[in-house]
Design a protein around this ligand. Structure first.
Ligand code: DGY
Length: 325
């Protein structure tokens, strides 16, 4: 008798090539409309599918896990961040969680660097002005920004993406790089990135002209950058966030921008996204992107393929490459 294919649900549209593989190898249900599944639909998915393939737009806190009869054995997340999933509960309920590390490192660091350049050199403001017909022509005092070369970049969280950002900033743009990381990064590796590891976040904030966040989101890092830390940044410094929105206290950020405590911010992620506070939208000296970190054709296919590898390994009973729990 032929073995039944595992039933899997893909919560959002994935690149077509990856969806095709999923359709061939699994009894796969796709979300044709691509609207985020409701909490009720997600809850039902735990009862009806062997694996759920969620993304950052699917919130999976405790309340979504049904009390009994969970059929789901695997959450194969499309993405590297997993703070939208209650990992402890998944573990307690015997559900494996996998992510897609490594494949989105360069593209996410590119977006962080692009936000840094954009906010420093006011390219968003410039483009808005030109498109609105407001450009009166070149003059020596028009839309003056901040030079990047020779400035200090402070990185909070020196994982893969933090390191890729450090290399870009140092070797590509002649910046000095200091960083904070919970654990010690190998000295040779630190030297090879042209960087210096400092003892605390506050040490980094005191030195950095640009602060770029590359740590995980979730309870542990919620509002890591709060009013006090924004106040500890150098006057005229810039904040870049491509990590998770909840790492920054957005109200405190708006206040710091308005009061001129910091010069600007470049954001790709928001607490409670896709909602973006009106106060940020109304503020000129911020560059706002719609969570584009990994959004390139090549990277999104690679993320999908990585999730498929995890899925296949799991259901073939092999060690799962990117297991979180
Ligand atoms: C990631 O991989 O964590 C990206 O932010 C998309 O979820």
């Amino acid at each position: 008798m032929r073995k039944m294919k595992p039933r899997v649900i893909v919560t959002r549209r994935w690149p077509a090539a990856v969806e095709q593989i999923l359709a061939e190898r699994f009894d796969a249900t796709f979300n044709e409309g691509d609207a985020p599944l409701s909490p009720t639909q997600l809850k039902a998915a735990f009862l009806n599918f062997d694996a759920i393939l969620p993304t950052v737009s699917d919130k999976l806190p405790a309340g979504i896990f049904p009390d009994a009869d969970i059929r789901t054995r695997l959450l194969a997340n499309f993405g590297v961040g997993f703070s939208h999933i209650d990992i402890d509960l998944a573990k307690a309920r015997g559900i494996t969680v996998t992510i897609t590390p490594g494949v989105l490192t360069d593209c996410t660091a590119d977006i962080a660097m692009s936000l840094l350049l954009s906010v420093a050199r006011r390219t968003g403001e410039g483009e808005r002005q030109l498109r609105a017909g407001g450009w009166a022509g070149w003059c020596p005092t028009h839309m003056i920004g901040t030079k990047v070369t020779g400035k200090t970049l402070g990185i909070i969280g020196m994982g893969r993406i933090g390191k890729a950002m450090a290399r870009r900033a140092h070797f590509g743009f002649g910046m000095d790089v200091v960083f904070y990381n919970r654990s010690k990064v190998d000295d040779g590796e630190t030297r090879a990135m042209g960087a210096r590891q400092l003892a605390s976040i506050d040490d980094v904030l005191a030195e950095a002209d640009f602060v770029s966040l590359h740590c995980p989101g979730g309870a542990e890092n919620r509002h890591l950058i709060n009013a006090e830390r924004l106040g500890a940044m150098k006057r005229g410094a810039f904040l870049i966030n491509t990590a998770r929105g909840d790492v920054v206290d957005q109200k405190a950020l708006v206040a710091a921008l308005r009061e001129g405590k910091i010069a600007g911010a470049g954001l790709d992620v928001y607490d409670g996204e896709p909602a973006v506070p009106a106060a940020l939208i109304e503020t000129e000296n911020v560059v706002l992107l719609p969570h584009l970190g990994s959004a390139s054709e090549e990277t999104r296919v690679a993320m999908g393929m990585r999730a498929v590898e995890n899925l296949v390994a799991f259901f073939e009973g092999r060690p799962v490459p990117d297991r979180v729990v």
